[in-house]
Design a protein. Structure first.
Length: 189
């Protein structure tokens, strides 16, 4: 059983920001014609950036939710850029946004197959109902993340608050699977 290098990729980061002030969404919609704002359907407006490619929801309370970034840095950059754009178009923003990473979603590929049946019986905090879902759900305590583990050696990691936690959790899970002989790597010639 040869160890394989895990290919881990951040797919999406959800970050929130608070401006600690009320925002006039109608004035933003007038200043930015490309903005999506339909108050009868949704209480916020949708502000898209091309670089970094993100979508930010802005609410009248001054709360913002940014999705689509591929790094913590880009997430923070996007929220600060939205605030800067608002200010540049005459929208009064008095405070610096208070930004917090809420969730990081990552995909992981290990070049091996995972024995989900045995993983469900050996590991703690695992839920595996193959009739309901083809993967096992593994709740790791430290770092506090959740993995969807598929027999193909592909995983999804959710719940991390820092990028470093994703990489630490992946390394730890790979070690647990190898230690318990739950992952089988193809023979290399």
């Amino acid at each position: 059983m040869k160890k394989s290098e895990a290919l881990t990729r951040i797919e999406n980061i959800v970050a929130t920001a608070s401006l600690n002030q009320a925002i006039d969404l109608s004035s933003i919609a007038r200043a930015f014609p490309q903005i999506e704002y339909r108050p009868g359907l949704f209480p916020g407006l949708v502000f898209r950036l091309k670089k970094p490619k993100t979508t930010t929801l802005i609410f009248r309370t001054g709360r913002m939710v940014c999705t689509g970034a591929k790094s913590e840095k880009d997430s923070k950059r996007a929220l600060n850029k939205v605030v800067e754009e608002l200010r540049n178009h005459g929208i009064p923003i008095y405070n610096i946004p208070s930004i917090k990473i809420q969730n990081i979603v990552a995909s992981v590929i290990l070049e091996g197959t995972v024995d989900l049946e045995n993983a469900a019986s050996i590991l703690k905090r695992v839920m595996y109902e193959p009739e309901q879902f083809p993967g096992a759900i593994y709740r790791m305590e430290d770092p506090n993340v959740v993995f969807l583990i598929f027999s193909t050696g592909k995983f999804v990691c959710v719940g991390a608050k820092r990028e470093g936690d994703v990489y630490e959790a992946v390394k730890k899970l790979q070690g647990i699977l190898e230690e318990n002989k739950l992952i089988f790597y193809p023979e290399r010639g």
